[in-house]
Design a protein around this ligand. Structure first.
Ligand SMILES: NC(=O)c1ccc[n+]([C@@H]2O[C@H](COP(=O)([O-])OP(=O)(O)OC[C@H]3O[C@@H](n4cnc5c(N)ncnc54)[C@H](O)[C@@H]3O)[C@@H](O)[C@H]2O)c1
Length: 413
């Protein structure tokens, strides 16, 4: 089979660190031949890492998509409000497209992209990476095998993690719904999508409640300055202290988010001057810090979903309840436990543990996308744009319900 040639649009966190490494791990399957990225350091880093010719490096998606096509596929990894236009243009040029979620913060644009995916006979996959994780694949197989009889109800928790909420949804990129998208879309479209997949039928109606309760200026401790670096008197007792989160010896992936140079000196400077050093009570954030969604599906399965910032672990936990048994599952602990009602036995399910990011989902989606492109999309991907529209609409409907305080009928929506 031929090697896939690809262009990366947006050489930020996701593009550079989550997806592109697949080409280094499988050089016989995938090669990057172009990049579009306005930040020079990032563009240069990517150019060197993937040995891309100078003439194929561009400052933005606009320029690269003005060229006659010179690859098989594009990966669009720009921010939420910069997905629709480049995806539309790339499809029109005949590229296969891997598009980051959310497809768009506008429902009409999501529907349009779903329509375009049927019109252009190209692979058009949305990065709902959870569907490719060994954890969720195992849950799906257990349900398909009838291991717990007929599925009746699911409880699903997205435990965001107190520091993760502060990083991404108070100080960081997804703090403000007008700039990017509401929390239920930015973070929980993954959950809407995975629930839709596990239940295996259409969502018919839902209701949602939630608010931004804590990260607001009226909750700022007395004497707290605007930045953690400005000698905050309560810094030592504050769980959200930027010094605690970012200035530890190894802050992991957070280091490259706050500064392209992750040295201690650069990180400190980033906190003194940039958005990540701000006091969590004095940011321009408006997304919720807790939200619940209740859903009813066409096959009468009910789902209760809770997203909450105030958790210690960053984890997804689930209980799937069926007529013959129950599954308890904790993603980050690789735990899946099935209880059989008739025997009372509890079985621990052993499955391949994830070795790559997002529980193995980042690697899994790349593997699938490259395979799909190599066979020119002869089978529909499980995360195709046309299947992804419904879970996006569930997220939009949940936000409408939360804001209007009423049950939303998906068909009418
Ligand atoms: N699938 C997942 O699990 C997952 C997880 C996190 C984020 N995301 C989504 O991935 C997307 C990217 O997130 P990120 O954390 O990588 O953001 P990022 O800001 O690190 O990367 C986006 C990059 O796009 C670049 N860019 C800006 N304008 C551009 C233009 N005109 N042309 C080309 N590039 C341009 C930016 O300079 C930046 O480097 C977001 O939509 C986000 O919601 C998905």
């Amino acid at each position: 089979m031929k090697k896939v040639k690809a262009i990366l649009i947006g050489a930020g966190q996701r593009g550079t660190y989550a997806y592109a490494p697949y080409a280094q791990q499988h050089p016989e399957e995938l090669e990057f031949v172009g990049v579009a990225e306005p930040i020079k350091e990032r563009r240069e880093y990517f150019r060197k890492a993937y040995d891309i010719p100078e003439q194929n490096c561009f400052e933005g998606w606009e320029e690269v998509l003005e060229q006659p096509p010179f690859a098989d596929a594009v990966l669009i990894c720009t921010q939420d409000r910069m997905h629709y236009e480049p995806a539309k243009k790339a499809l029109a040029l005949g590229y296969h497209v891997l598009l980051e979620k959310p497809m768009s913060p506008e429902p009409a644009e999501c529907i349009e992209l779903g329509r375009l995916s049927k019109e252009h006979e190209r692979v058009f996959s949305i990065c709902h990476v959870l569907r490719y994780t060994p954890f969720f694949r195992t849950l799906k197989s257990l349900l398909n095998e009838g291991k717990i009889g007929q599925l009746i109800s699911i409880q699903h928790n997205e435990n965001v993690g107190y520091w993760h909420q502060a990083h991404s949804f108070v100080r960081g990129n997804w703090r403000n719904s007008k700039e990017t998208s509401p929390m239920i879309l930015a973070k929980s479209c993954h959950d809407m999508d995975i629930l839709l997949w596990l239940v295996g039928d259409d969502c018919v109606r839902l209701s949602s409640f939630g608010d931004l309760t804590h990260f607001k200026k009226e909750n700022a401790p007395k004497g707290a300055p605007l930045r953690c670096t400005d000698g905050c008197p309560i810094e030592k007792d504050c769980p959200y202290s930027a010094l605690k989160i970012y200035l530890k010896e190894d802050p992991g992936w957070l280091g490259t988010v706050i500064s392209d140079d992750p040295s201690m000196e650069s990180r400190r400077k980033a906190l003194e001057e940039g958005p990540y050093g701000r006091c969590v009570y004095y940011c321009d954030n408006d997304v919720v810090d807790h939200q619940v969604v209740n859903m009813e599906f066409a096959n009468k399965v009910t789902v209760a979903f809770t997203m909450c910032a105030f958790t210690n672990e960053v984890s997804r936990t689930m209980k799937l309840m069926g007529t013959k048994g129950e599954i308890r599952a904790v993603m980050e602990k690789n735990l899946i436990e099935v209880t059989d009602f008739s025997t009372g036995k509890i079985e621990q399910i052993i499955y391949d543990e994830a070795v790559h990011g997002h529980g193995g989902g980042d690697y899994g989606i790349m593997k699938d996308f490259v395979e799909q492109v190599r066979i020119s999309g002869k089978e529909e991907s499980i995360t195709s744009a046309s299947t992804s529209v419904q879970s996006h609409l569930m997220a939009f409907a949940a936000e409408k319900s939360r804001l209007e305080g009423r049950v939303i009928d998906i068909e009418d929506f």
